[in-house]
Design a protein around this ligand. Structure first.
Ligand code: GSH
Length: 178
């Protein structure tokens, strides 16, 4: 059934009348465009430059941050939920990679309050699931020992703490009912 909706057999899949999408970042962009006239403005639509900068940081999250962060979440948070053992060699390797990425973020956050611009956008939002998980692991040290990254993490997590806790509970309920 999932393969009928998503050719790679992965979640998430999104349907809104005639719109059918997969790839989480495409789904969040669609929802943000759809609701851009109300609520928090999550896209920098003011000019070609601000939009391109936002897109660039979305790519950085997807291709630089996410591979290390997702692996660290998998090893330290998701595997234990399934009763599997964390591979500490994999954790060490991925922490070394994440450190390099966070050094770039530390510099960027000296120029801009949030990653894409001075306001909270989808780019910051895309980091939240992994960051929220990693704050519950020893990897949180990497997020806390860089002052600007630490301030940014505090800011984006406090904005969304309530929603994320309920999402975590939702995920745990799904896993327990598998
Ligand atoms: N790039 C995709 C990645 C989707 C993805 O990795 N989904 C995982 C769950 S988080 C999945 O469905 N894994 C099952 C599989 O690959 O068989 C996105 O952002 O939507």
């Amino acid at each position: 059934m999932l393969l009928l909706m998503q050719p790679f057999g992965q979640v998430p899949v999104f349907e809104d009348e005639n719109v059918k999408l997969f790839e989480s970042r495409a789904i969040t962009q669609y929802i943000a465009y759809l609701h851009s006239a109300r609520g928090t403005q999550l896209l920098s639509l003011e000019s070609e430059e601000t939009l391109a900068t936002l897109t660039m940081w979305m790519e950085i999250e997807a291709h630089q941050f996410d591979p290390f962060a997702s692996r660290l979440t998998w090893e330290q948070v998701i595997k234990p939920l399934y009763g599997l053992e964390t591979d500490h060699t994999v954790v060490k390797e991925n922490e070394a990679g994440l450190e390099q990425v966070l050094n770039v973020y530390e510099k960027r956050l000296g120029e801009s309050r949030f990653l894409a611009c001075n306001t909270f956008t989808l780019v910051d939002l895309h980091h939240l699931p992994n960051i929220q998980y990693l704050l519950e692991t020893p990897t949180k040290g990497l997020l806390e020992n860089r002052p600007r990254v630490r301030m940014w993490v505090d800011e984006i997590t406090s904005k969304n703490r309530r929603h994320l806790l309920s999402f975590h509970q939702f995920l745990q309920d799904i896993i327990q009912n598998l």
